[in-house]
Design a protein around this ligand. Sequence first.
Ligand code: ASP
Length: 310
Amino acid sequence: MQVDVKKIVVLGTGGTISGRAAAAHDNLAYRAGEVAVGDLLGGVPMPEGFALQSEQVAQIDSKDMDFEVWRALAGRCAHWLAQEDVAGLVVTHGTDTMEESAFFLQSVLAPAKPVVLTGAMRPAGAVAPDGPQNLADALAVAGSKQARGVCVVFAGRVHGPDEVQKVHPYRLDAFSSGDAGPLAVVEEGRLRVFRPWPGGTSLRPATQLPPAGDWPRVEIVLSHSGATGAIVEALVQQGVAGLVVAGTGNGTLHHSLELALLQAQHSGVVVRRVSRCPEGAVIPHGRDQFSAPALSAVKARIALMLELMR
Ligand code: ASP
């Protein structure tokens, strides 16, 4: 009888999970991206019945994430997802921009198989590193028949790509899905699912992304006390293609900033308005001057970049 062994492919991109602690008692003394992804997997329990394969796509601190790496990562994900014997993917990633990469990958892949991002708040070699448990949980989700689409697995929770945000700079449980709550939890390798997995179709297929240098420039501006239109005017002069404004409360804008944004929109710049509040989303109403996606500012920027790509 032929045994049908499925594969989970682990793609490494760097981050603290692949940092080597310089001193065991100091969780901040390390450089991200020193341990190869294949070496992170040693000793991590595998879900039964799966073979493992790893590939290093990048080795960076995710604060430095760029379009080149995103394009390469999306391409490698698309490649592996197309293989029949691949059940799912795990992407090891720094925590700083994990929510952006998760949203980006869901937007360009919209995969039927699970693509699970994970990382760590403490480097390898710390007294109590969190990377191995996060990796074990991520592998369990990647091998689960219940899971689909891109998600972030961290500290026992499974977060969706639209809602997930890093909410703490130090705590091990650094991610939240806000008032939407997590998609699921992982308990001893088993999933307890609360709400539907991400679905839909890709905004722009991974295989059709233009070269990194040709991605449209979209910037984020913030409304705050004493805001003016000066930054918007400077960006328009530089030829920005799109602007996302993070407004106060329900996306309200300082009148000086609003005026500059209306002028920008009039001159052809595409403007999106979101809320700077960490939870909830702008509730649109009939008098809106700018359309308001239910996304954080960093994710609205990615959505607008994909929309404006030629
Ligand atoms: N700066 C690191 C990164 O994002 C932080 C981490 O991984 O926790 O790559």
